[in-house]
Write a protein that binds this ligand. Structure first.
Ligand SMILES: [Zn+2]
Ligand SMILES: [Zn+2]
Length: 372
């Protein structure tokens, strides 16, 4: 995509139009700080995690092949049938687009509980704000609404299509094999295990998006929000969504989740995402050791040097304790944002301006990659 020119900062407000509220000069964590987030080289830890993951997946595939009594020749046949399967993916894609994903999204989001949940979060934001200067209705919320609508559209089309292709590849390579743990784990045990494993893969994907610079450019879109709100989780580049979906797909499919369970798992994230991005002053007390709080995730979104690369967790907090990435103070509520002043941050709330900044924000990672 062509390079997008940055929107000039701090112009005078056009008459009659809402403008982004300039953040007051914060004490410890200014909104735009002059230091790049990830280092230029891939850290040893990230490379090690990636290596161990690849070796783990290879070992798992070898174990699956062994346990099914497959030989090398069988695997060759499977590889050939994989190409056949990919040819048939268009049919499965059509079923997927109009079927499970869309139905799951409608069930989770287009129901009164979801909107009641958002309403409760709005009341909590108003009554117990993490930062008082952030309005409930802001330019940032308007931009996140655009992201919410477009990310949904992309999830039920592009991401669903990608998952359908992955599914065909899985069936082609492994004959649709999956662990059958339903008897051992029971009706609730299997989705719970899948939730924990999927959250670990989410943690890994998040970690890599911070440590590998090309991935950071895509994830920086999510971190650009300076007015955190109930819809900020939707501010996510589709490339990042697809990478995370791929990492989560493998364990979910290996565990043999059926479509309703997988969709419930995927859309639980909609509720969690709304909660942890809300401008609410809570660290959840003792529960903070188990699950991510709005306070912990706010620290993750901070660009202050001491907060960089901490609190990667999405649902469960224990991964950060386990991997040593948990920030030590659970009472800080910093400002949020990124350092890159060339990022096309939304400035005006009118729909055309928001559509334009949405396009420029989507182009941002490609522009940064082209500049390298
Ligand atoms: Zn992040
Ligand atoms: Zn976030």
């Amino acid at each position: 995509m062509p390079a997008a020119p940055p929107i000039p900062r701090a112009p005078g407000p056009p008459p009659g139009q809402a403008v982004r509220t300039p953040a007051p000069a914060p004490t410890a964590t200014p909104a735009r700080r002059p230091a790049p987030p990830p280092s230029g080289t891939v850290p040893v830890v990230a490379a090690t995690v990636l290596f161990v993951s690849v070796v783990g997946v290879m070992a798992e595939l070898g174990w699956i092949a062994g346990s099914r009594g497959l030989t090398l020749a069988d695997l060759g046949d499977r590889a050939l049938s994989l190409f056949d399967g990919l040819g048939a993916s268009a049919q499965r894609l059509a079923a997927s687009l109009g079927g499970d994903v869309w139905a799951g999204w409608k069930e989770v989001v287009l129901n009164p509980w979801y909107w009641a949940f958002l309403a409760v979060l709005c009341v909590l934001q108003w009554r117990f704000p993490a930062r008082r200067e952030l309005p409930t209705v802001s330019v940032g919320l308007g931009q996140d609404l655009v992201w919410f609508l477009t990310s949904t559209l992309l999830s039920v089309t592009v991401v669903a299509a990608w998952l359908a292709v992955l599914d065909v590849a899985w069936v082609g390579a492994l004959g649709g094999w999956s662990l059958d743990l339903r008897d051992e784990l029971g009706r609730w045990g299997l989705p719970l295990l899948a939730l924990v494993v999927a959250d670990l893969m989410g943690w890994l994907s998040h970690y890599l998006h911070h440590k590998v610079r090309p991935l950071w450019y895509f994830h920086a879109v999510h971190h650009s929000q300076e007015e955190m709100n109930i819809l900020s989780d939707s501010r996510q580049h589709v490339i990042e969504t697809m990478i995370t979906a791929t990492l989560v797909f493998v364990p979910a499919r290996a565990l043999g989740l059926d479509a309703p369970a997988a969709s419930a798992l995927a859309f639980l994230g909609v509720y969690v995402g709304a909660f942890i991005h809300a401008n609410i002053r809570t660290n959840l007390g003792p529960a903070r050791f188990l699950v991510i709080s709005p306070q912990a995730h706010r620290v993750h979104h901070s660009a202050a040097a001491e907060h960089i690369d901490t609190n990667f967790g999405v649902i469960f907090a224990f991964w950060d304790y386990l991997f040593g990435t948990r920030y030590h103070d659970d009472d800080e509520y910093p400002t949020t944002g990124i350092h890159d002043r060339s990022f096309p941050l939304e400035q005006r709330a009118n729909p055309l301006a928001l559509a334009g900044s949405w396009l420029r924000q989507n182009a941002y990672p490609f522009r940064r990659l082209a500049e390298r």
